[in-house]
Design a protein around this ligand. Structure first.
Ligand SMILES: [Zn+2]
Length: 341
């Protein structure tokens, strides 16, 4: 931890040594890594000119508001669970909620214009031996290498989660950030939310996103030439936003087992949930699945042995084994999420 003075509201803060910290009093995104010297001590104690203080603030700080309270998020989750095949229908009464927290996670979004001139090598076809019976057709083709040049012009919007070790359930989630507003600490406090700040400094985030732009440009060039021999890129950074977005984390127990659910507070979408399976469904799917696999294998073997029912036996046998395996696998699934379109 290090003691710093908020460059916006002058509050004394004791903060972890992380690149960014959102002031709990005024909501300013403070660039802590710029305020702390190499020996880990704060360099903000002295009287600093206003200009310097301004540099410690990351201005494009936004929030995606949560449109749901914690209990609303919980009802969304309960309704959703009931729609899952095999999930307990009496979930509200039999599951125990053990924790319900709202976290505002950090995401960087960079907007870029990129223009790349490139030169490279590509394979071009040479056709040989015109086919005598089909005009315009050839019987052989060989390839030769040809130099090609061109330009790739694109606009990008690059999202970067501000956490170096991203929670698994967030890795594939496309965060909706179009409804962002200027950061507002009162909204976070009203809902009792917790702010999670970025592990990347603004400089690191910008560098990483710029690299992503260069890679995207490269894959565009690779569509035209197989080897790039020369490239000249101009990447213009239009805007970089630091955005906090709401996620409800709900822990619950069912049947003495622990489960977790993650719900997007702005859209009410289920990001991830470990779905409990009711005891009844477990039993039915286990017996049913094994039974069908057994009968399926029997039919399959009979199909092979008895020529008159061969095709029917094998086909129905394979069908039953497949269906039985699906039923069985529903017993072992780990979790579910709402599909993103
Ligand atoms: Zn402050």
């Amino acid at each position: 931890m290090v003691e710093i003075v908020c460059p916006n509201c002058a509050a004394n803060l004791d903060v972890p040594i992380t690149p960014i910290h959102t002031c709990e009093f005024c909501g300013t995104a403070i660039q802590v890594s710029l305020m702390v010297g190499p020996d880990g001590t704060s360099i903000t104690g002295e009287e600093l000119p206003e200009e310097t203080k301004k540099n410690f603030i990351f201005n494009d700080h936004y929030i995606v508001r949560s449109n749901y309270t914690a209990s609303e998020a919980q009802s969304i989750m309960e309704d959703w669970v009931k729609k899952i095949p095999g999930a307990p229908q009496d979930f509200e009464n039999t599951a125990t909620i053990t924790k319900r927290v709202l976290k505002f996670y950090p995401i960087w979004v960079g907007e870029y214009n990129a223009s790349s001139d490139y030169r490279g090598i590509d394979n071009w076809p040479n056709f040989h031996r015109p086919a005598f019976d089909r005009p315009g057709w050839f019987e052989a083709v060989s390839y030769y290498q040809r130099e090609e040049s061109g330009n790739v012009l694109r606009e990008y919007q690059i999202p970067l989660l501000g956490l170096k070790s991203t929670p698994n359930y967030l890795k594939n989630y496309v965060v909706p950030t179009t409804g962002k507003e200027y950061f507002d600490i009162t909204h976070v406090k009203e809902l009792g939310g917790e702010i999670i700040d970025s592990n990347y400094s603004s400089e690191e985030a910008k560098r990483t996103m710029r690299l992503a732009v260069m890679n995207r440009q490269m894959s565009e060039m690779r569509k035209e030439v197989h080897t790039i021999t020369d490239r000249d890129d101009r990447v213009e950074e239009r805007d970089v936003f630091y955005i906090q977005f709401p996620v409800y984390e709900i822990d619950f127990t069912y049947n003495k087992k622990k489960y977790q659910a993650f719900i997007d507070g702005s859209t009410g979408r289920i990001i991830h949930i470990d779905v409990p399976i009711s005891r009844k469904f477990k039993l039915i799917s286990l017996i049913g699945g094994l039974g069908q696999i057994g009968v399926g294998i029997g039919l399959f073997v009979m199909g092979i042995l008895i020529p008159s029912i061969m095709i029917l036996g094998i086909a129905v046998g394979i069908g039953l084994v497949t269906y039985g395996s699906i039923l069985l696998s529903m017993n072992f699934r780990k979790g579910a999420q709402e599909k993103q379109i």
